[in-house]
Design a binder for this molecule. Structure first.
Ligand code: GDP
Length: 457
């Protein structure tokens, strides 16, 4: 959803403005630790289409930030996590050095900014507005959050500068999904590729890829479009040698990089070998969506004869591949063509899951309670503090966008792998994002000597 951030120094009336735009009474207590973060995010429905608003003044409330760091963090979050910024100043106080400093920081960003002069409660205050012209914003929007003056104009102006809202569900829906079938030699990659292609009659011609022997095959199944990438080496069966094995790893690397989703083939009869783990590690490292095809099910019928033994069998495989636990496992046979449908259903489930979004309110509430119940450990007396989290809109034209979560924090070096996994687990409790890794991007608060100095004036 399109996001508008409200920034400004303390006491200019950011929360009052926020409450007006949200059309509700939300009491924000800035100086109490553990403030529930959803109060800083709300929806504004005053315009033609709703947009999301963030009150950056509520962010990190109760954290140990100095005044200048706090202002800097607010601006950083506004610039990175929003589509438009409402920069609020106070008509009663006039232009202050901190306002000038905030304007300087905002100039570094390319986001549209609207200067909102608050507390213009009467006509007689409107003279004070001209003073702010020197900041270089045009037009300046005078409002009174307390008396609900000027909001129609403000919302109208905001809407005219916001990008059009494109429903994320439709994004990338028609883009062909690039599948890389990867795995060590002899697990059945070419058999699977052939089974897939033979299974369908609407096969389009093969197209040569960029490298000499890479072949990408457009393929249609039902009403969905796919591209099977780098199939040249796996379509014809050759006698394997050590050098071929090395070559196959190199090939896997480039296929993985180009793929929207990796189908990692594992030989069920042999179980997970160290080379399987190595290739799974490459998929993980590349941060790619993944499904696991546990091939040659016909050879393990005995081990999987009933539900219980099947579950146990699958659990064993999964525990060997614990580091890529986001990937669902499908037992199948390329030889008999068994469960190909299920494999494609899994792939479609992943595509569908990649469209799921976690609202900023939900996300911040989730982290806030998780971190209150299980605070991170201290490192040299300092603790990781999360100021604000958001999931940016996925890029257009990406068939399977990997969920990205931006974490604005006090210091990115304080988040260790264990705690990162803990946070990821809490997200997956809420939305499973099957087959998808979750990318965390950390943005640390960077204190600016300049603002600090001014802040203490
Ligand atoms: P690749 O090196 O990964 O491409 O593996 P291939 O597709 O060449 O398969 C290696 C061997 O496994 C061949 O002898 C295949 O016939 C056999 N194979 C592939 N899939 C299956 C399967 O589902 N069941 C059985 N029993 N054998 C299979």
């Amino acid at each position: 959803m399109r996001t508008v951030a409200i920034v400004g120094r303390p006491n200019v009336g950011k929360s009052a403005l926020f409450n007006r735009l949200a059309e509700k009474k939300i009491s924000i207590v800035h100086d109490r630790p553990g403030v529930t973060r959803d109060r800083i995010v709300a929806e504004c429905s005053l315009g033609r289409a709703p947009f999301q608003i963030i009150d950056t003044g509520g962010i990190g409330a109760g954290a140990d930030a100095e005044f200048a760091d706090q202002v800097e963090a607010e601006v950083m979050i506004a610039v990175e996590a929003s589509d438009l910024i409402l920069f609020v100043v106070d008509a009663h106080d006039g232009l202050t050095p901190v306002d000038t400093e905030i304007a300087r920081m905002l100039r570094r960003s390319s986001k549209p900014v609207i200067l909102v002069v608050n507390k213009v409660d009467h006509q007689k205050h409107s003279q004070g507005v001209t003073e702010f012209m020197s900041l270089g914003y045009n037009p300046v929007m005078p409002v009174s959050a307390e008396h609900a003056i000027g909001f129609d104009d403000l919302v109208h102006r905001t809407e005219s500068l916001l990008p059009a809202d494109e429903p994320s569900e439709t994004r990338g829906g028609q883009v062909p999904l690039k599948i890389a079938i990867v795995g060590r030699p002899n697990v059945g990659k070419s058999s699977l590729t052939n089974a897939i292609l033979e299974d369908d009659r609407t096969l389009v011609s093969a197209v040569s890829g960029t490298t000499r022997d890479a072949v990408d095959i457009p393929y249609q199944r039902g009403d969905q479009n796919y591209i099977l990438i780098d199939t040249a080496g796996i379509r014809q069966r050759t006698k394997r040698s050590d050098s071929v094995e090395v070559f196959s790893v190199m090939r896997s690397e480039s296929s993985i990089r180009r793929a929207d989703i990796c189908c990692l083939v594992i030989d069920a009869a042999q179980g997970v070998t160290s080379q399987d783990k190595r290739i799974a590690g490459m998929v993980c490292e590349a941060g790619k969506p993944c499904v696991i095809a546990l091939n040659k099910s016909d050879l393990v019928r005995e081990q999987c004869r009933d539900k219980e033994s099947l579950t146990e069998f699958l659990e064993n495989i999964k525990s060997e591949l614990f580091f890529i636990n986001y990937a669902p496992v499908s037992l199948m046979s390329a030889k008999t063509g068994d469960s190909l449908d299920r494999l494609f259903k899994r792939i479609e489930n992943v595509r569908e899951a990649s469209r799921k979004r976690l609202g900023t309110g939900v996300l911040n509430r989730l982290f806030s309670s998780a971190m209150t119940n299980h605070p991170p450990g201290a490192k040299a007396g300092r603790r990781f503090k999360l100021l604000y989290a958001t999931q940016p809109n996925p890029r257009d034209n990406v068939a399977v966008p990997v969920p990205e979560i931006v974490l604005f924090c006090n210091d990115d070096t304080l988040l260790d792998d264990g705690y990162r996994r803990f946070l990821e687990g809490r997200i997956r409790d809420q939305v499973s994002w099957t087959g998808l890794p979750i990318h965390f991007h950390l943005r640390a608060r960077t204190p600016s000597a300049n603002v600090r100095k001014r802040g203490k004036d």
